[in-house]
Design a binder for this molecule. Structure first.
Ligand code: G3P
Ligand code: CA
Length: 280
């Protein structure tokens, strides 16, 4: 066999068996039991298949039998809770400008589907209330407060939206509120201690210390880091501190296999079928 071909084939085989974190895993090693114990959380809805943070993406998540979907909440100029990821409307709509500078009626005029595919032309930016009403009892919802420091009082408004629908009792629905803004999560926990709260963390080479985990566990039930930080040891430490973990964001099969093999509690993914091929 030519030398370059041998190197190529062994390289591909090596990548298929080992994750980026260096811990061995292969798809064949994953048992159905492992998959069943890990929640599938469709990121911004099933955003690999439909435009993120739209009703079409949330419906696709339910169709694909994901146990939960994730969404991002911000606030319009006139105080409506709206579901959109970026702090501007530019990338995911036909408009331009900061979310906070639009009234809800103005945001509602925008097309939030065509950028993804003409098939979704006319999708709207939903309100949080609209999503909660449509999916109460049908799906778990992981609610991310996106850039909450731009929206003073957003924690109180989200808490009120959940209480108004009796969705603030963990036994009723699988609803979790999370943010990269940890002060915001402390505030949310103090407003509505009955709601499970999650702490998001961006990738950091230093990892996360036991002191940080102890601090998070004083108000949060979930520690949800970038998936590149996850190791079997970190999962064990998170569990030892009494928290669960839903790392983000899986967009390839190898990452899903690795996270399943180390026993994470949920996987946030654009493609629910990567976590469980029976979903889809
Ligand atoms: O749920 C976690 C994940 O959504 C965080 O990243 O940028 O997609 O909001 P981002
Ligand atoms: Ca998010």
């Amino acid at each position: 066999m030519p030398r370059f071909l041998f190197i190529l084939i062994t390289g591909v085989l090596f990548m298929g068996v080992f994750s980026t974190s260096g811990e061995s895993v292969s798809a064949n090693e994953l048992k159905n039991k492992d998959r069943q114990q890990t929640l599938t959380i469709a990121h911004r809805g099933a955003s690999g298949y439909a435009p993120e943070n739209t009703m079409a993406a949330f419906e696709k998540s339910v169709d694909m039998k994901a146990e939960m979907f994730e969404l991002d909440v911000q606030m319009s100029k006139d105080g409506e809770l709206v579901v959109i990821h970026d702090t501007t409307v530019d990338r995911t709509t036909n408009g331009s400008g900061q979310v906070k500078d639009f009234t809800y009626e103005e945001l509602r005029q925008l097309d939030a589907g065509s950028w993804f595919s003409e098939e979704f032309a006319g999708e709207k930016i939903p309100t949080l209330g609209e999503v909660l009403d449509a999916y109460k009892g049908r799906s778990g919802i992981l609610i991310e407060l996106k850039s909450p420091s731009l929206y003073p009082g957003i924690e109180q408004k989200v808490a009120a939206a959940l209480v108004a629908r009796n969705m603030h009792k963990p036994e009723n629905d699988k609803i979790i509120v999370q943010s990269f803004d940890h002060e915001s999560m402390k505030t949310f926990h103090s407003i509505l201690p009955s709601m499970p709260v999650g702490v998001l963390l961006g990738y950091s080479e230093e990892g996360v210390s036991n002191e940080q985990l102890a601090n998070f566990s004083s108000y949060a039930e979930y520690f949800n880091p970038n998936k590149a930080m996850i190791t079997g040891d970190l999962v064990n430490r998170i569990h030892e501190f009494g928290m669960k973990t839903h790392p983000y964001t899986v967009r390839d099969q190898e990452s899903a296999n690795f996270l399943l093999s180390v026993g994470v509690d949920g996987i946030i993914t654009d493609f629910p079928d990567y976590v469980d091929p029976h979903k889809g």
